[in-house]
Design a protein around this ligand. Structure first.
Ligand code: 6PG
Length: 482
């Protein structure tokens, strides 16, 4: 064992951990200590990559001794219990001032709890969201670290050395204290769900409306990828649609079971938004669409329910495809707008200072939702850091103004044809809701006051009021009960 030879360590050497370790080792100035619970994985990694110059450790004591101070270790193990178990071990062998980084997809309240517990020992705890999958971990992910300013001093240069680079800037920034990084990563994943569902709805509508084959639709997505929709998810959609199943000769998309899985980050985004009172309806519908797809027993029973009974064939395929493209872009703007709204609300609730423009910049490269239009989001926040609704910034408002007629036509066509498009239609409903002069929420307030004396405010004077519904129906001033 080389004493204190490494400036950074990685614990957990499954694919993400070993790729991140290799990425770290490939950058100038880094020497990487590696540790895994089962020795075999460590041996295999070290043997397979002699060029990396890894410093292997076979106990936590050895691992700690191989790190220079302040010791810095990134944990890449399964979120939940396994992460807690590793933290407990590292705390025993680390010293005040050292840094423990959790690079998994942790639930942010766990990160807040862990940071607080670890801080009591004088050790820094950093919850870092890392996006980009296996390839990103190896070649350059987008990294969302949350933790103390002190830890960022040591960690910042190391993370900058391995992050993706977008337009000359590393895709990493100090998001905020304790759980801020994992919160932002959670919302990233929520947006990822919405983006994927919107793309899937676009594909479905085009296929069913025009009869085009998956390969032909792949060409459409490849074309879209040259314009304002340019993004990693559009790019890989074309790849997936073009793939032919070797066994049957059919398009792969036609032999994949239509039941979408989920590991939970989308659900967390929605649960958190519900608690914060932030309408992330596009993300919610995308999450629910996966749930709906994954109940074969219900779908089998419900297949007896009638549809509209008409064939869906559009007259002008090219015009319809262009409408779908515009509907996709408009709905995507709404999904991002809702996601950024959730980050703002989370920052207010948990007392984080989060620079929304900086978040959009570090999502331009490395991560799953990387897209050209994140530059436009960065511009919007640069012009107006306190922008209350991202969709109202000049660039996006203009895009929505241009796209809304097409968006409405697509939602109408889908509804009339009986094709589910929950993310398209809920995004449009949000758009119409947020821009409405007046909402039927006034009636809801009246109903609440009727059955529960929940009170209401008036548009024409200050105060809180209640109507004596079961009495003479006069209005009285009342205590505000919300
Ligand atoms: C990323 C991805 C990554 C993972 C998701 C997938 O940013 O690299 O989001 O974290 O692919 O967890 O989530 P589901 O399995 O829930 O689709």
């Amino acid at each position: 064992m080389n004493a204190a030879a490494a400036n950074i360590g990685v614990v957990g050497l499954a694919v993400m951990g070993s790729n991140l370790a290799r990425n770290l080792a490939s950058r100038e100035g880094n020497t990487v200590a590696v540790y895994n619970r089962s020795r075999t994985k460590t041996d295999e990694l070290v043997q397979a990559h002699p060029e990396a110059g890894f410093v292997p450790a076979f106990s936590y004591e050895e691992f700690a001794a191989s790190l220079s101070k302040p010791r810095t270790a990134i944990i890449m193990v399964k979120a939940g219990g396994p992460t807690d178990a590793v933290i407990d071990e590292l705390v025993k062998v680390f010293e005040p001032g050292d840094i423990i980084v959790d690079g998994g997809n942790a639930y942010f309240p766990d990160t807040i709890r862990r940071e607080k517990a670890v801080r009591d020992t004088g050790i820094n705890f950093v919850g870092a969201g890392i996006s980009g999958g296996e390839e990103g971990a190896l070649l350059g992910p987008s990294i969302m670290p949350g933790g103390s300013d002190e830890s960022w001093t040591t960690l910042g240069p190391i993370l900058k050395s391995i992050a993706a680079v977008a337009e000359g800037e590393p895709c990493v920034t100090h998001i905020g204290h304790n759980g801020a990084g994992h919160f932002v990563k959670m919302v990233h994943n929520g947006i990822e769900y919405a983006d994927m569902q919107l793309i899937a709805e676009a594909y479905d509508l085009i296929r069913r409306g025009t009869g085009k084959t998956p390969a032909e639709i792949a060409d459409i997505f490849a074309e879209w990828n040259k314009g304002e929709l340019e993004s990693y998810l559009i790019e890989i959609t074309a790849e997936v649609l073009r793939q032919i199943d070797a066994e049957t000769g059919k398009p792969l998309v036609d032999v994949i079971l239509d039941q979408a899985g989920a590991k939970g980050t989308g659900a967390w985004t929605v649960q958190t938004a519900l608690s914060l009172g932030v309408p992330v309806s596009g993300i919610a519908e995308a999450t629910f669409a996966r749930s709906l797809s994954s109940h074969p027993e219900q779908r089998a029973v419900a297949s007896i329910l009638p549809g509209p009974g008409t064939d869906f064939a559009v007259d002008d395929a090219d015009a319809f495809i262009e409408d779908v493209r515009q509907a996709l872009f408009a709905s995507k703007i709404i999904a991002y707008s809702q996601g950024f709204d959730e980050i703002r609300a989370g920052a207010a609730e948990y007392d984080w200072t989060i620079d929304l423009g900086a978040v959009s910049k570090i999502w331009r490269g490395g991560c799953i939702i990387r897209a050209q239009f994140l530059n436009r989001i960065a511009d919007a926040y640069a012009e107006q850091p306190e922008l209350p609704v991202l969709a109202t910034s000049p660039y996006f408002a203009d895009a929505l103004t241009r796209g809304q007629a097409a968006w409405r036509r697509v939602v109408i066509a889908a509804t009339q044809a009986g094709i589910p498009s929950p993310a398209f239609s809920s995004s449009l409903a949000y758009y119409d809701g947020i821009r409405a002069d007046r909402l039927p929420a006034a009636l809801v307030q009246g109903q609440r006051d009727f059955f529960g004396a929940h009170t209401y405010k008036r548009i024409d004077k200050e105060g809180t009021f209640h109507t004596l519904w079961s009495g003479d129906r006069t209005e009285i001033e009342a205590e505000d009960t919300h």
